[in-house]
Design a protein around this ligand. Structure first.
Ligand code: FAD
Length: 507
C-alpha cells in the first residue's frame, strides 16, 4: 500500500456489512473522507442475519441511534438470550441468557457458591440466578439498568430485526451523513500493476470508481479479497459440518418471545426469530447427513405458524479468510468468512472489525503494522467464536443419531479441550482477551450441555454454609421479584416502539 494520504474509501457491497461500515466510518471520519458505496440491486443482499447480541449497543451508541425509532423502522423486538431445545438430548432445554448470573463475592465468581450447593444436591437451577432468564421465561421485558436498591445488574439485551429493513435504515443514515451510493454491477477489479493494490472498480456499464482504501462487503463472493487478491480460506467444516440453510418467513405469532430459539434436528438445527410483522425461521443442516427435501420437510414440520413464502436455499462453507486485510483491501461480513448463526455472532464480528479498522485507520497510507495487528486480532476473535460454537455440537448426548454421534466423537481444537477440561477439573472458566463470550456464557453452555465439574473452588467454604445458603436465596428472591414486576414484552413494544403494519412485502 503506497504511503499516500487516504482521502477516499470505496465500499463494495451494500448488505448489512456494507451499510454498517459506511454509516460508522462516515460518523467517525466523515468530513475528512469521501465515502462511496457500490451495490447492485440485481444481485441483492442475503436477507438473513436478524438476531444480534448485546454488543450491538456499542454500534448504536456510536451512531447515536434513537433505539425506539430503530426498532419501529426495522420491525424489531428485544432479545434476552437464546433458548437451546433438544441440543443436549431430545426433551432437554436450557438458555444462553445474556447478562449476569448472581453476584460475585470477594475473589470468587458467583457460580462457585452455587456449584458448592448444587453438587451436594441442594439449591435451584443456575438460571434462577439470571434476571434475563427469569424475564424471558415469562415473556417479560423492560429496560432496567439495575435491580432497585440492590447491587444486582439489570436487564441486558440485544435485538431481532428484519435484515432488509436494517440495511435500508442504515443506508438512509449513511446517505444523510454524505455517503455516495452508486448502483451498478462490479464487472472488474483493477489493480496497480506494480504494487498489486486495488486501484478501481470497473462497473458493467464502463464507469470506474477509484479510491485509496477498499472495503470488500460483497458477501460470499469476496470479489476483492478472494477473487482478486486470493488470500485463501481456512475451511472449518471438519469441526462445524453444517453447510446449507433453508430460510422461511412465517406469520407472526403471539406472544412475542423476547429470545431466539434454536431447536436441534436430525442433522443440524432450526432457528426461530420473532419480529413484529413476521417470524423468521431457518434450518441449518449438513448436506452429508440429510438431503434438501428431507431438510425442507423437517423445517416445515417444526414451524409454529403459516409460511409466507417458499423456503429459500443458502449454501456456505464455514471458515475464515486467511487475511482480512490484504494490500489496501479490508473485508467485512460474509466476504471475510462464515460462522454459522447459532450464537448470532456475524453482525458482532462486522462491528468489531469496523471498530478495529477505525482505530487502526491508515490515514497516511502507512500500514504494515496496522494491518498485522488487525489481522491478528480479527483471526483470534474468529477462532474464539468458532470454539464456542463447536462446544454446542461436541457436548451432545444424542446417542444413536449419526450426525450427532460424529459430532460427539470429533477431535476438537486444543484450545477448546483445554477450556472444557479446566472447567471439569476446577469449576473455573477463564476467557481471554479476544474471547467475545464471557464467563457466564461459557458457564451456561457447558452446564447446559452436560459438563459437571468435580467441585467448586475451596475458597467458598470460608463462608459459613448457612450464610452461603442465605446469600443464594436472597439473590434468587430479588431476581424473581424484579422479573415479576417487568411488563410483558408485547406491552413494552406496544408502548414504546410499535412498528407500522408492513405495506406489502414480508420476507
Ligand atoms: C443462514 C444464515 C443465517 C444468518 N443469521 C444471522 C444471525 O441471526 N445473526 C447474525 O449476526 N448474522 C447472521 N448471519 C450472517 C449475516 O446474514 C451476515 O453477516 C450479514 O447479513 C452481512 O452480510 P453481507 O453484507 O456481508 O453480505 P450480503 O448481504 O450478501 O451483501 C453483499 C452485497 O454485495 C453486493 N455485491 C455482490 N457482488 C456484487 C457485484 N458484482 N457488484 C455490485 N455489488 C455486488 C450485493 O448486491 C450486496 O449488496 C446469517 C447468515 C446466514 C447465511
Amino acid at each position: 500500500m503506497p504511503a499516500q494520504e487516504i482521502k477516499s474509501v470505496v465500499i463494495a457491497g451494500g448488505g448489512t456489512a456494507g451499510w454498517m461500515a459506511a454509516a460508522a466510518i462516515a460518523k467517525v471520519m466523515g468530513p475528512r473522507l469521501s465515502i462511496t458505496l457500490v451495490e447492485s440491486d440485481e444481485i441483492g443482499i442475503i436477507g438473513v442475519g436478524e438476531a444480534t447480541i448485546p454488543s450491538i449497543a456499542l454500534y448504536n451508541d456510536l451512531l447515536r441511534l434513537d433505539e425506539n425509532d430503530f426498532l419501529r423502522q426495522t420491525q424489531g423486538t428485544f432479545k434476552l438470550g437464546i433458548e437451546f431445545v433438544n441440543w443436549y438430548e431430545p426433551g432437554h432445554r436450557y438458555m444462553h441468557a445474556f447478562g449476569a448470573i448472581g453476584k460475585d463475592l470477594a475473589y470468587i465468581p458467583f457460580h462457585h457458591y452455587w456449584l458448592q450447593e448444587v453438587l451436594q444436591g441442594r439449591g435451584e437451577s443456575l438460571w434462577h440466578y439470571s434476571l434475563n432468564w427469569m424475564a424471558a421465561h415469562q415473556d417479560r421485558f423492560a429496560r432496567l439498568e439495575r435491580i432497585a436498591d440492590t447491587p444486582l445488574p439489570g436487564v441486558i439485551y440485544a435485538f431481532h430485526f428484519d435484515a432488509s429493513l436494517y440495511a435500508a435504515y442504515l443506508r438512509r443514515l449513511a446517505q444523510q451523513m454524505g455517503v455516495r451510493r452508486v448502483e451498478g454491477m462490479i464487472a472488474e477489479v483493477l489493480q496497480n500493476p506494480e504494487s498489486g493494490d486495488v486501484s478501481a472498480l470497473r462497473l458493467k456499464d464502463g464507469r470506474e470508481i477509484s479510491g485509496e482504501l477498499f472495503i470488500d462487503c460483497t458477501g460470499f463472493r469476496g470479489l476483492l479479497i478472494e477473487r482478486t487478491l486470493k488470500v485463501g480460506y481456512d475451511d472449518w467444516t471438519p469441526w462445524l459440518p453444517v453447510d446449507r440453510a433453508l430460510a422461511i418467513p412465517t406469520e407472526r405469532v403471539g406472544p412475542l418471545t423476547p429470545y431466539t430459539r434454536s431447536t436441534a434436528l436430525e442433522a443440524g438445527w432450526q432457528w426461530r426469530i420473532p419480529l413484529q410483522h413476521r417470524t423468521g425461521n431457518g434450518h441449518v443442516y449438513s448436506s452429508a447427513f440429510v438431503d434438501d427435501d428431507r431438510a425442507a420437510e423437517l423445517l416445515i414440520a417444526n414451524l409454529d405458524s403459516r409460511p409466507l413464502a417458499d423456503p429459500r436455499p443458502i449454501r456456505f462453507v464455514t471458515g475464515r479468510r486467511r487475511q482480512l486485510w490484504s494490500h489496501n483491501v479490508v473485508c467485512l461480513g460474509l466476504a471475510s468468512g462464515f460462522l454459522e448463526p447459532l450464537e448470532s455472532t456475524a453482525i458482532h464480528l462486522i462491528q468489531a472489525n469496523i471498530q478495529r479498522l477505525v482505530l487502526l485507520f491508515p490515514h497516511h497510507g502507512d500500514c504494515d503494522h496496522r494491518r498485522a495487528q488487525f489481522n491478528q486480532a480479527a483471526a483470534a476473535e474468529y477462532e474464539y467464536v468458532r470454539d464456542f460454537i463447536i462446544l454446542h455440537y461436541y457436548l451432545n448426548n444424542r446417542v444413536g443419531e449419526r450426525f450427532w454421534d460424529e459430532c460427539r466423537h470429533m477431535s476438537v481444537p486444543d484450545s477448546l479441550t483445554h477450556k472444557i477440561e479446566l472447567f471439569r477439573e476446577t469449576g473455573g472458566i477463564f476467557p481471554t482477551m479476544y474471547d467475545l463470550f464471557h464467563l457466564t456464557s461459557w458457564l451456561q453452555v457447558m452446564w447446559g450441555q452436560g459438563v459437571r465439574p468435580r467441585g467448586a473452588h475451596p475458597f467458598v467454604q470460608t463462608v459459613a454454609p448457612h450464610d452461603r445458603v442465605e446469600y443464594l436465596k436472597n439473590i434468587r428472591d430479588l431476581i424473581a421479584q424484579a422479573a415479576s414486576e417487568l411488563p410483558l414484552h408485547d406491552e413494552f413494544i406496544a408502548r414504546h416502539c410499535r412498528a407500522p403494519a408492513p405495506a406489502a412485502a414480508v420476507t
